[in-house]
Design a protein around this ligand. Structure first.
Ligand code: AMP
Length: 209
């Protein structure tokens, strides 16, 4: 099963992807996570991406396409994968078409104000990558990861200012993907304002239909 998840920042792509990879036994490919790893390691690529990411912009199509192209060749992708955060531009989508035949594209849709509110309440575990939200999905002990006990942090781009810019970037550069995949007949849209479990159920029902 080869899937793409699209949606604005904090629409719930990462949360749903984590559930879907467990359900279907496929690989989770988050380009945002891969980029954050590069930044943390201080690689040349990470250093280039750092300021763009912090400001809420997009890294170059060329670089991200090269990264994804390598990633999907890995063994864990043999049974399929979910791309979370890629493609984000029509150029990326066109390149992806040359690489693989997608089964479905899930679009998690929610109003801007909901996403901005969620985004600023988001917390991440720097050690195991688990994500929480102070409003909707709090950790059992405030500020501490349920899974590994690490202190939770806030992403540098989860501020109001960077968040607004990321939502604007989504509308300008990524929203055209909705029409792109609609034309291909593989788009499945889900209401991102529903409770997390209901969104998961709706996606699985849509994918299994
Ligand atoms: P995310 O974790 O998906 O919200 O991604 C965090 C940041 O990484 C984005 O705001 C972009 O700066 C960058 N990024 C992630 N995926 C892509 C992509 N497919 N194309 C360009 N930039 C990306």
């Amino acid at each position: 099963m080869k899937l793409v998840l699209i949606g604005a920042p904090a629409a719930g792509k990462g949360t749903q992807a984590a559930r879907l990879v467990k359900h279907y036994g496929i690989a989770h490919i988050s380009t945002g996570d891969m980029l954050r790893e590069e930044v943390a390691k201080g690689t040349e690529f990470g250093n280039q991406a750092k300021s763009i990411m912090a400001a809420g912009g997009l890294v170059s199509d060329e670089l991200i396409i090269a990264i994804v192209q390598e990633r999907i060749k890995k063994d864990d992708c043999a049974k399929g994968f979910i791309l979370d955060g890629f493609p984000r531009t029509v150029v990326q989508a066109e390149k992806l078409e040359e690489m693989v035949k997608l089964d479905k594209v899930v679009y998690i849709n929610a109003p801007d104000e909901v996403m901005l509110e969620r985004l600023t309440a988001r917390q991440t575990c720097p050690k195991c990558g688990a994500t929480y939200n102070k409003m909707f999905l709090p950790s059992k002990v405030e500020g501490i990861c349920d899974v590994c006990g690490e202190k939770l942090t806030q992403r540098k781009d989860d501020t109001v200012e960077a968040g607004q810019k990321r939502i604007q970037t989504f509308h300008e550069q990524s929203e055209p993907l909705v029409g792109f995949y609609e034309k291909e007949g593989i788009l499945f849209e889900v209401d991102g304002t529903m409770p997390i479990d209901e969104i998961t159920k709706a996606i699985i029902a849509g994918l299994d239909a």
